[in-house]
Design a protein around this ligand. Structure first.
Ligand code: NDP
Length: 362
C-alpha cells in the first residue's frame, strides 16, 4: 500500500493527531485490524472492499441485532460479529473502527472508540449537532487517536485537480462556486433519511458533503447562509428533500448549491468561476470515481484528462497514513465539524427564511 503525504485538509496547518496509546503495534499497516460499527449499506457496498484494498483486515462487525451482524459477517467473509459495542472495542486486534451506523449513533460510538484508544474513521455527518461534533473532536485529540470523516468527494481526482488549479491561481480569483448535487434517493435508502429532521433530511445527508467540498476546493470556510428548502415528495414540512442555498465563504467567495433527493436524471456539476477562467466538473458527485473536468479560458474549452481511482480506498489510505504519522486524513474531524456547522446554518436559514451565521467552533 502506497501511503501518500496529504496536505489538502483545510486544517492542514494543525498537526495530525498522533497515536499516544495505540491498542496494536503499528510496525506495518498491512493486515491492520478493523472493527465495523454498523451493518450498513455503505459498509456492505463499498467500505469493506475499500478497507481490504488498502491492506486492512475487517475483523468484526457490530449491529444492534446480533443475527443481522452474523449475516453481514457471513456475507462479507468477516471472521467475527457482535451486538455489543464494548465487546468490539475490547478486541485488542482491532486498531481502528469504521462507523457507519445511523447518524444519531455516531456521537456515543466515536466517544466510546476514543476512550478505548481506537482510531476512528466516521461516516458523515460526524454528528447531528455541531456542539456534539466538537466534543467528539476534542475527545479524539485528548485520547491521541486519529479522527477522520468519510467525506470521500475530496478523494476524486477531478476535485483534487480542481483544488490544485485553484490554489495555483490558474483561473485567477475564484468569485463563485456552483454545485448541483441532485438525483432520486434509492428506495433502499428511503428510511431514517426521510423520517426525522433530527437524524435525516437533505442537510445532514448532502449539504455536509457539498459544504465540505466547497471548503476543500476554495480553502475557505462557510460564514453565512441563505436558503430555501422543502419536503416536496419524500420528505415533509420538517424533513426537507429539496434545497437551494447560497453561502458566503471566509475568503469572500460565493457558493451556490442545488440539492435534491427527488429529481431523477440530473448530472452533477461543480463549476468554479474565476477572474481569469472557469473550471467545469460534470458527473463527479458520486460514490465511484466518475466525471470530467474542463477548463475554459479566453472563450476556449480545454478537456483535462484524469485517471479514475477508488474514492473510498483513497480515503482509507489517507487515514492509515495519518495513523502512521506520515500524513493527514483527507477530511479531519475538524473538517467534518466545519461542514456540519455549515449544514446547520443552511437548515436554520431554510426553516426561518432568514440569513444564518455559521457557528464557529474552536
Ligand atoms: P443504512 O440505512 O443502510 O444503515 C444504517 C444502519 O441502519 C445500519 O448500521 C443498521 O443498524 C441499520 N439497518 C440497515 N439496514 C437494515 C435492515 N435491513 N434492517 C434493520 N436495520 C438496518 O445506511 P447507509 O449505509 O445509507 O448510511 C450509513 C451511514 O453512512 C450514515 O451516517 C450515512 O450518512 C453515511 N453514508 C455516507 C456515504 C458517503 O459517501 N460517505 C454514502 C452513504 C451513507 P445496525 O448496524 O445496528 O444493524
Amino acid at each position: 500500500m502506497a501511503l501518500r503525504r496529504a496536505k489538502n485538509s483545510i486544517h492542514a496547518g494543525l498537526a495530525p493527531a498522533r497515536p499516544r496509546a495505540p491498542t496494536v503495534a503499528i510496525e506495518s499497516l498491512d493486515g491492520f485490524g478493523w472493527g465495523l460499527i454498523g451493518a450498513s449499506t455503505i459498509a456492505r457496498e463499498y467500505m469493506v472492499d475499500a478497507i481490504r484494498r488498502s491492506g486492512g483486515r475487517p475483523l468484526s462487525v457490530m449491529s444492534h441485532d446480533g443475527a443481522r451482524a452474523a449475516g453481514f459477517a457471513r456475507d462479507l467473509d468477516i471472521p467475527d460479529s457482535c451486538s455489543d459495542l464494548d465487546a468490539l472495542l475490547a478486541d485488542r486486534r482491532i486498531g481502528a473502527v469504521y462507523i457507519s451506523s445511523t447518524n444519531t449513533q455516531h456521537r456515543h460510538q466515536v466517544l466510546a472508540a476514543a476512550a478505548a484508544g481506537k482510531h476512528v474513521l466516521c461516516d458523515k455527518p460526524l454528528a447531528t449537532r455541531s456542539t456534539d461534533a466538537l466534543k467528539m473532536v476534542r475527545a479524539c485529540e485528548k485520547a491521541g487517536v486519529v479522527l477522520a470523516v468519510n467525506h470521500h468527494l475530496r478523494s476524486s481526482p477531478v476535485h483534487q485537480t480542481m483544488q490544485r488549479m485553484i490554489a495555483a491561481g490558474e483561473i485567477g480569483a475564484v468569485r463563485s462556486l456552483m454545485i448541483v448535487h441532485a438525483g432520486y434517493l434509492r428506495p433502499v435508502l428511503q428510511s431514517w433519511r426521510i423520517k426525522d429532521a433530527a437524524e435525516g433530511g437533505i442537510y445532514l445527508d448532502l449539504s455536509v458533503h457539498d459544504i465540505d467540498l466547497a471548503s476543500f476546493l476554495l480553502e475557505q470556510t462557510p460564514v453565512t447562509a441563505v436558503a430555501l428548502g422543502a419536503g416536496v415528495a419524500l420528505g415533509s414540512n420538517t424533513v426537507h428533500d429539496h434545497a437551494m442555498y447560497a453561502l458566503k465563504m471566509s475568503g469572500g467567495t460565493f457558493v451556490q448549491v442545488h440539492e435534491s433527493f427527488v429529481t431523477p436524471d440530473v448530472e452533477s456539476q461543480v463549476v468554479a468561476l474565476g477572474s481569469e477562467g472557469a473550471l467545469i466538473a460534470a458527473g463527479t458527485l458520486a460514490q465511484r470515481s466518475t466525471g470530467t473536468l474542463m477548463r475554459r479560458v479566453n472563450g476556449r474549452n480545454e478537456s483535462i484528462p484524469l485517471r479514475a481511482n477508488d474514492l473510498y480506498a483513497d480515503t482509507v489510505e489517507q487515514f492509515l497514513g495519518a495513523i502512521a504519522g506520515t500524513g493527514s486524513p483527507r477530511a479531519t474531524g475538524r473538517d467534518g465539524l466545519a461542514a456540519l456547522a455549515g449544514a446547520e446554518a443552511v437548515g436554520k436559514a431554510a426553516s426561518t427564511g432568514r440569513a444564518a451565521a455559521v457557528k464557529r467552533h474552536e
